[in-house]
Design a protein around this ligand. Structure first.
Ligand code: ADP
Length: 480
C-alpha cells in the first residue's frame, strides 16, 4: 500500500489532490514544468520535481520524464488529475509496469471508454440508452455515407472517436454539407487526436447535459453519487455546473444512476468516473464516460459531503468503500462557476500577472484555486484559474450565495470572465433552471445583437462607496 503520491498535473487540481493526500496522511510529490516552478502550491508539496520545459508536450504530457521522476522520487502511486495523461491507457500501463499504482481505472477500461465508438458499443450492451446513430467507424465512400446519415435523419453530428475537450465535432444540417463536414472533421481528428476515426449521431435539438458521478472500489462495490447539470456551455466547454440537476424527478435520476452502477460492474470499473448524458423530452441518451476526476466534482462533494478525491485515493489503495448506496445523501444544492483568465469579448486567454487576487468567503462558499496575488498565469495551459463553488439549502439559496461570492471576488491585473458570471447569475433563463446546452450561445448572440446592452466589463469599476461629503451634499439638497 502506498504512502506517497506523485501528482502528475498542475494548477488547481494539483492543489486539490495535495489537500486530499494531506487529509489522508500521505506524502506528496508534485511534478512541475519550468513555468510553474514559482507557483505557491508547488512549494507546499513535500517535494517538487521539475519535469521539463513549459510546453505541455515536454512536461505534463512527457510520459518518460514523468515516469522517471515518479520512480526516482520513491512515490508509490501516480495521480494524473484531469486532462493531460489522465485518460491515457498506455501511460497507466507504464505506471503499473514501473511498480507504481495508477490512481484511476485499469488500462482496459481507459482504452474502451477512451474510444467513443467502443464506449457506446459497451454501454449499449450494458442496456444504457444511447444517442441514436451509427456506432461504427464512418466509411469514406460518399454513397454509403449519405445513406447512413439519411437513415439517422438530419441534422446529424460527426464526432471523432478519439475526441475530447469539446473538439472534433461538427453539426451537419443537411445532406449537401455532409461530404465537406466529414473531410474537415477527419483532418481535424487526425491532427488533434492522431486518430482519424469518425462516427455519426443524431444531433439533438435542445438537450440538457446531465451527468452521473460514480465511485467504485476493487471489490465489486459500485455507487452513484447523484447528478450534475452542466448545460451552460460555450463551444461545448462547461462554464457553470450545478448539482443536483434541477427539475428532474429524483426517481428518474435514481433509475439512470442505477444503470450506471450496473454498467460499472459489467465492465469491471474501479475508481471515480462520470457518465455523460444528453437529456431531452424526459429521456436520457449516453454520450460518453469520463474515466477520471471531473473539473466539476466539487458540486457533488458539497451536496453529498463525500470527499471524492480522498475516496478515489482510498480505493486505489485497495480499501473497500466504507458506505452503501442508502447512506449516500443529497443535501441542498451546489453551483460552480469556472473563472477563466480570458478576454470578456473575444474569449481569448489573457495570461499575465495577477496583481490582486481576493477570493470570496462566508458560509457555504468554497474556492478551489492555486492562485495567489502576484501569480503569473502562464500562456501554455488551460485558462481556468479558479473555481467558485457555493452550497445552499436549495437552488435559489446557492445562487444567491454565488451572486455575493462573485461580488466579493477580485481578480486584477488580467482580464477574466467574472463579469460574464455576474451577468449569467441574474439571467432569468438560467435562474429558472433547466436551460439547454444552447442557452449560453443564444444569450451571448442576443446580447451582441442588442445595442442597448452595456458591454461586459470588469465588475469593479464602480466602488459603490459613498463618501461623507456626498451624504452631506444629499442631505443639503433634501433640506433645500
Ligand atoms: P467531449 O468529449 O469533447 O466533451 P462530448 O461527446 O461529451 O464531447 O460532447 C460535448 C458536448 O457536445 C455535449 O455536452 C453537448 O453539448 C454537445 N453534443 C455532443 N453530442 C451531441 C448530440 N448528439 N446532439 C447535440 N449535442 C451534442
Amino acid at each position: 500500500m502506498f504512502d506517497t503520491v506523485f501528482i502528475a498535473n498542475r494548477g488547481e487540481i494539483a492543489l486539490r489532490i495535495l489537500r486530499a493526500c494531506r487529509g489522508l496522511g500521505l506524502k506528496t510529490i508534485v511534478a512541475h514544468s519550468d513555468s510553474d516552478a514559482e507557483a505557491d502550491y508547488v512549494r507546499q508539496a513535500d517535494r517538487a520535481i521539475c519535469i521539463g520545459p513549459a510546453a505541455p508536450g515536454a512536461s505534463y504530457l512527457n510520459q518518460a520524464a514523468l515516469l522517471l521522476a515518479a520512480r526516482a522520487s520513491g512515490a508509490g502511486a501516480v495521480h494524473p488529475g484531469y486532462g493531460f495523461l489522465s485518460e491515457n491507457a498506455a501511460f497507466a500501463e507504464r505506471v503499473n509496469a514501473a511498480g507504481l499504482t495508477f490512481i484511476g481505472p485499469d488500462a482496459a477500461c481507459l482504452r474502451t471508454m477512451g474510444d467513443k465508438i467502443a464506449a457506446k458499443t459497451a454501454m449499449r450492451a450494458a442496456g444504457m440508452p444511447c444517442v441514436p446513430g451509427y456506432d461504427k467507424s464512418l466509411p469514406d465512400d460518399p454513397g454509403q455515407l449519405a445513406a447512413i446519415a439519411a437513415e439517422i435523419g438530419y441534422p446529424v453530428i460527426i464526432k471523432a472517436a478519439g475526441g475530447g475537450g469539446g473538439r472534433g465535432m461538427r453539426v451537419v444540417p443537411a445532406a449537401e454539407a455532409l461530404p465537406d463536414a466529414v473531410r474537415l472533421t477527419r483532418e481535424e481528428a487526425r491532427h488533434a487526436f492522431n486518430n482519424p476515426t469518425l462516427y455519426i449521431e443524431k444531433f439533438l435539438a435542445h438537450p440538457r447535459h446531465i451527468e452521473i458521478q460514480v465511485l467504485c472500489d476493487n471489490h465489486g462495490n459500485a455507487l452513484w453519487l447523484g447528478s450534475r447539470d452542466c448545460s451552460l456551455q460555450r463551444r461545448h466547454q462547461k462554464v457553470i455546473e450545478e448539482a443536483p440537476a434541477p427539475g428532474i424527478a429524483p426517481q428518474r435520476i435514481a433509475k439512470i444512476g442505477e444503470r450506471c452502477v450496473t454498467a460499472c460492474r459489467q465492465i469491471g470499473y474501479s475508481g471515480v468516473g462520470t457518465f455523460e448524458f444528453l437529456y431531452q423530452d424526459d429521456a436520457f441518451f449516453f454520450i460518453e464516460m469520463n474515466t477520471r476526476l471531473q473539473v466539476e466534482h466539487p458540486v457533488t462533494e458539497m451536496i453529498t459531503g463525500i470527499d471524492i478525491v480522498q475516496q478515489q485515493i482510498r480505493v486505489a489503495r485497495g480499501e473497500r468503500l466504507g458506505f452503501t448506496q442508502a447512506e449516500v445523501r443529497s443535501v441542498g444544492h451546489a453551483v460552480e462557476c469556472r473563472i477563466n483568465a480570458e478576454n470578456p469579448h473575444s474569449f481569448l486567454p489573457t495570461p499575465g500577472v495577477v496583481t490582486r487576487w481576493q477570493p470570496p468567503g462566508g458560509f457555504g462558499v468554497r474556492v478551489d484555486s492555486h492562485m495567489t496575488t502576484g501569480y503569473r498565469v502562464p500562456p501554455y495551459y488551460d485558462s481556468m484559474i479558479a473555481k467558485l463553488i457555493t452550497h445552499g439549502a436549495h437552488r435559489e439559496d446557492a445562487l444567491a450565495r454565488m451572486r455575493q461570492a462573485l461580488r466579493e471576488t477580485r481578480v486584477e491585473g488580467i482580464d477574466s470572465n467574472l463579469a460574464l458570471h455576474q451577468q449569467l447569475l441574474i439571467d432569468p433563463g438560467f435562474s429558472a433552471g433547466g436551460v439547454d446546452i444552447h442557452h449560453l450561445e443564444r444569450w451571448l448572440a442576443d446580447r451582441a445583437a442588442a445595442e442597448s446592452v452595456p458591454p461586459l466589463r470588469s465588475p469593479h469599476g464602480d466602488s459603490g462607496v459613498t463618501t461623507l461629503a456626498e451624504l452631506d451634499g444629499a442631505s443639503a439638497s433634501q433640506s433645500a
